[in-house]
Write a protein that binds this ligand. Structure first.
Ligand SMILES: O=C(O)CCC(=O)C(=O)O
Length: 310
């Protein structure tokens, strides 16, 4: 009586790992040959080097900090729908997403994310962005290249950051298209951090040990969370909850890191794994203010970056 189907049904494996850690790393790899094929086609279209960037004078003539990410009609992946079948039709992935979000889950967004290697970033730009928490390079790339998101590291954040007043009804799916080692700007995930609910960026974290952080919410609630570095081969796939803290360091390798990033939303079913995960969270399930790091025009107004020293 009064119990939902989600509460009655014991959680299935993907839901269980989302409850316990805020993420699920798929233990099978997606088709690595297909990942490599797509990577070749992406690299065939673009040199991910210094040529991506505007020069300083052009940037200063008209700085644009908003609207610089891919969007419908300006998204490199739009031409590669057949090549994305190795992700979108992978049976294990489809089963996992269906379990958590319902079988009629919706792909809200798909895009290429590039971790730009340090050597490709012009000196003038490095000097400006050093120590900033969110180094999304979209403002600085030439407008015709804004069909991909480019990072030079991003501090620990929750993906709900982009969704004011939205409840946690989606997951992020990340897929590596080539092997990603420690030097290739892998994702750093703080396991268990989703439990404090939605909290504004930047987050209060203090290191307790090699892989251990104390994470404090705005109401004083605090938990210890474990850092997990997502290294993996081509076809590695992971999903995480929109409250799970994650970030990246600048790419220190001699090549860029190219990944796929999806946001996948729940379908129409009312009882599914996501409800069970959200019921286990002790903080707020949505926020009116998700970040306090930006000035009026969208430029960074803070210089803090925790993941850089992780
Ligand atoms: O790929 C990266 O470097 C960071 C990506 C990320 O954290 C995100 O897209 O939310």
């Amino acid at each position: 009586m009064g119990l939902t189907a989600a509460a009655l049904t014991p959680p299935s494996p993907v839901t269980r790992s989302l409850i316990e850690t805020g993420a699920h790393l798929f233990d099978h790899r997606l088709d690595a040959a297909a990942a490599d094929d797509l990577l070749g086609k992406i690299r065939g279209q673009r040199s991910f080097d210094h040529r991506l960037f505007q020069d300083e004078a052009s940037f200063d003539a008209d700085p644009q900090f908003r609207g610089v990410n891919p969007r419908p009609g300006r998204n490199l992946l739009e031409q590669f729908q057949p090549e994305l079948a190795f992700v979108e039709q992978d049976a294990g992935l489809v089963a996992g997403l269906s379990e958590v979000l319902g079988p009629d889950y919706v792909i809200m967004d798909r895009k290429v994310v590039c971790g730009v290697r340090a050597k490709s970033i012009p000196d003038w730009l490095k000097a400006r962005i050093d120590g900033q928490p969110v180094n999304n390079l979209g403002p600085y790339v030439k407008p015709e290249y804004r069909d991909v998101t480019y990072f030079y590291g991003i501090d620990f954040h929750q993906d709900i950051i982009d969704y004011r007043d939205r409840e946690a009804d989606f997951v992020t799916l990340y897929v590596y298209l080539h092997p990603v080692a420690r030097i290739d700007a892998p994702l750093f995930l703080l396991e268990g951090s989703h439990r404090l609910g939605a909290t504004p960026f930047p987050h209060t974290l203090s290191r307790q040990g090699l892989d251990l952080w104390r994470y404090e919410g705005p109401d004083g609630d605090a938990i210890d969370v474990t850092q997990r570095v997502l290294t993996g081969g081509a076809g590695f796939a992971a999903i995480w909850h929109p409250f799970t803290l994650h970030g990246t360091q600048p790419d220190a390798a001699d090549h860029e890191r190219i990944s796929l990033r999806y946001l996948v939303g729940r379908g129409s079913m009312t009882a599914n794994g996501m409800d069970t995960v959200n019921a286990s969270i002790r903080g707020p399930l949505s926020l009116a203010t998700t970040r306090v790091d930006l000035a009026e025009n969208g430029a960074a107004r803070l210089r803090v970056n925790t993941v850089r020293d992780a």
